[in-house]
Design a protein around this ligand. Structure first.
Ligand code: 13P
Ligand code: SF4
Length: 322
């Protein structure tokens, strides 16, 4: 722990020296979230990370999250240096939606409006009419549906099905999923609920439909934190990455937060409620991103042609969310 304290001290110095600010997602480890809070950075969901990064005056943003979050920051702020603790931190949704295949899917349905989740590459965003995050997806699809638009949705099939069900919109679905949320199991959740009948169930909509169907509240990470704060229950079963517990417990002190079951009956799962890519954002990697002279292992670059194209649907989302 002396080593951790050293890293923290050094990171704080470097943030000042380099005119940099730390922008962290709720799924990063608690010590990273605490550091972002202590140093005037932000801890938030992916929509707010995008907004905070765009509006902050610092010359450099350190994005502690996964690659699409760094790319989004660069698309919105090309004049800023965007660093990430590691460029290896990706997302199964981004990996499962390669641009050539996705573009062919869109080309096959030219009369559809293309709506993509923020968890995608810059190239996929550049092919889209709209970008959405989980906190604004429902409202944007509702709006498009009210205009009579038919929609291509990608890549998260669970979030897409949830939105299609809520809005009644006509949606052609790309078949991607999040390896973390896809592991939550309805049967095991039912068993857990019978042990804690007073608990409210909070679910991120990247979870399977059978799990979403059991939810008392469905929403993005920040919406789930608000639910824990505002709902009268003393106990919550939470179906999302366990990184969220740090801020959720701060927002709802004294309430009991329980991890929703993954895998069922003690069976193993691939990622067990913690994103392996979010977990790569350690103190050592943050220190390296700020001090390395070899920026190629940390700096985000986006092809200018793609950036200009991807900026259009991203700006549409941010303007809609105002
Ligand atoms: P939020 O937009 O809810 O923060 O979700 C991002 C994400 O990667 C969820 O798995
Ligand atoms: Fe992607 Fe899932 Fe990790 Fe979020 S939790 S970054 S959706 S793999």
């Amino acid at each position: 722990d002396a080593q951790k304290a050293d890293y923290k001290t050094r990171i704080k110095q470097l943030l000042i020296e380099k005119d940099a600010v730390l922008v962290a997602h709720y799924y990063t480890d608690p010590e990273i979230q605490a550091l972002a809070e202590e140093t005037g950075g932000c801890v938030s969901d992916s929509l707010e990370m995008a907004r905070f990064g765009r509006d902050h005056p610092a010359k450099t943003l350190i994005v502690a999250g996964v690659k699409f979050m760094g790319e989004t920051a660069k698309i919105l702020s090309p004049e800023k240096t965007i660093l990430m603790p590691t460029l290896e931190a990706t997302c199964s949704l981004d990996l499962g939606c390669p641009i050539d295949k996705f573009s062919a899917f869109c080309d096959a349905h030219p009369d559809h409006t293309v709506v993509v989740y923020a968890n995608t590459s810059a190239a996929v965003k550049a092919r889209a009419d709209w970008v959405v995050t989980s906190s604004i997806a429902l409202e944007i699809v509702e709006h498009l549906d009210s205009e009579g638009k038919k929609i291509i949705w990608g890549p998260d099939r669970h979030l897409g099905s949830y939105i299609a069900k809520q809005t009644g919109a006509e949606m052609l679905m790309w078949q991607g999923d999040c390896i973390v949320h896809d592991e939550f199991k309805a049967n095991a959740l039912r068993d857990m609920k019978s042990v804690y009948p007073d608990a409210a169930i909070l679910v991120h909509p990247e979870s399977p439909a059978s799990v979403v169907a059991m939810a008392d509240a469905v929403g993005s990470t920040s919406q789930l934190i608000k639910a824990a704060q505002n709902m009268p229950n003393e106990r919550f079963i939470v179906a999302t990455d366990r990184g969220i517990f740090y801020k959720m417990q701060q927002a709802a002190p004294g309430k009991t937060l329980i991890e929703a079951p993954t895998g069922g009956n003690g069976a193993t799962c691939k990622s067990c409620a913690h994103c392996p890519w979010m977990a790569m954002n350690g103190l050592k990697a943050i220190e390296a991103s700020l001090s390395d002279s070899d920026k190629t292992t940390h700096e985000i670059f986006v092809d200018e042609d793609l950036r200009v194209k991807a900026l259009i649907p991203l700006t549409r989302m941010l303007d809609f969310a105002k």
